[in-house]
Design a protein around this ligand. Sequence first.
Ligand SMILES: Cc1cc2nc3c(=O)[nH]c(=O)nc-3n(C[C@H](O)[C@H](O)[C@H](O)COP(=O)(O)OP(=O)(O)OC[C@H]3O[C@@H](n4cnc5c(N)ncnc54)[C@H](O)[C@@H]3O)c2cc1C
Length: 519
Amino acid sequence: MTGPRGAGAGHRHGRDRRAAVVRAPEGRARFTAQAPAVAVVGGGIAGIAAATLLAERGAHVTLFEREEGLGGRLAGWPTRLADGTTVTMSRGFHAFFRQYYNLRGLLRRVDAGLEALTALPDYPLRHSAGLYDSFARVPRTPPFSALGFVALSPTFGARDLLRMEPRAALPLLDVRVPEVYDRFDGVSAHDYLSRIRFPAAAHHLAFEVFSRSFFADPRELSAAELALMFHIYFLGSSEGLLFDVPAEPFPTSLWDPLRCYLESHHARVRTGVPVRRAAPRADGGVDVTTDARTTRYDALVLALDSGGLRRIVADSPELGDAAWRARIGRLRTAPPFLVSRLWLDRPVAADRPGFLGTSGYGPLDNVSVLDRWEGEAARWARRARGSVIELHAYAVAPDADRAAVQSAALRELHRIYPETRSARIVDERHEWRADCPLFPVGGYRDRPGVRTPDPAVTVAGDMVRTELPVALMERAATSGFLAAGALLERWGVRGQTLWTVPRAGRSPVLRRLAALGAG
Ligand SMILES: Cc1cc2nc3c(=O)[nH]c(=O)nc-3n(C[C@H](O)[C@H](O)[C@H](O)COP(=O)(O)OP(=O)(O)OC[C@H]3O[C@@H](n4cnc5c(N)ncnc54)[C@H](O)[C@@H]3O)c2cc1C
């Protein structure tokens, strides 16, 4: 299925010459007569990707989203501040990495030059013990990226390097999906890193930040997910750890244009409409039930967060088979997380980066200065002569006192950017949610693939097994295209050409080294 870039493979949009193309099975360009009706449930990235491809091919698509707006975890909604301004609240900072080829392909449908995205120049990390790491000067092409990071990072001293257990680290040089799960899904990220004897400071700084970005404590996270992440973002791709962020709030930059695009392809977008149940029909179709009615569709894409998928499957006793239903029932959701946004009456120091990953600062995982990159926040900050700050705290204990966590995050902000101590909070919003998937040790076998026992029903979302090296938003987009493609294939219509970072270690030298580790 994969091969080098070639005719019909689509454009390679990144800089990595080894990025892999995944061609869809051959088929008609689109439906002509008698196009099927398809329901897509869930209006996050996965559902939007699936609905987009199906609608482009001429299917009659209805996209159901429970919330009032599209975007799922990247939805935005208006909120009125104490000073009378209406702004857009969201869960804020999301890094759109350069190796997110399929997500970028989705966005290019409405923004060919990706002008709605703006680059952040660095990904600095700071530890409370005083260590500071930066990826800005690190070369982007492996293995120089890893070597450069080690050479430039104050977290790797010569003594640390000598203590490391290189043999245990070698498999990181040749990560393949799904083999990485066979090998490492039974080990926690924490135990694996301890085995490598990663220098404690680097462990805290780089890996804890990474692992917590998966909303999990490293003691719970599968080492396979961590190894995969290492491959995608670091050793397996020459795009580097560079990323972009939307230059305006998510609805303006992303969802409003994509909704128009869907509607221009005759898709019906039904926001504020939760789907309650689905039931297979004897004629091969599926009945989809909302609070108002039950409607027959020829096929169904379930593009939900893991809790939403569990709920619908639990309430739809005829869907799939017993084994599949049991696996869905075992899917887990990561602990709650907090996104706090503060509108302050004074600016932060001019040299503060737009985004800073943090470690060792209590519950705080990162700090964004939103007005550095989001137009709406920048306009508010200019008018108020202030700043807009966002704090993220992931993997919070479910029974934690939430007000205390919010106060602790603010105290840590004061430590990191002391000039904020004297700032007055003009207004603040605190979003507590728990809708990210958890990838626990040994959990891979339970995660659903795109296909289900019922050929008329497919699944998409960032918890789905795609057998490709993709994660987070890119897994959502990729699985959405694959879920739509699996339906199109049945009807002899072509799916989406996809791209991924290389599907194995990049160079023969690294692969040979990795083979030593396997011995
Ligand atoms: C704070 C935060 C920061 C993040 N940062 C990054 C980052 O920097 N980089 C990155 O790549 N990823 C990041 N992520 C992860 C990213 O947000 C997700 O991977 C991605 O948005 C998942 O998309 P999805 O479509 O799979 O799921 P979702 O966005 O959760 O979409 C599922 C949709 O289904 C809807 N739904 C549920 N039940 C029903 C129902 N019964 N009927 C109808 N609709 C229903 C939900 O309302 C939701 O809109 C971050 C996530 C969070 C929360």
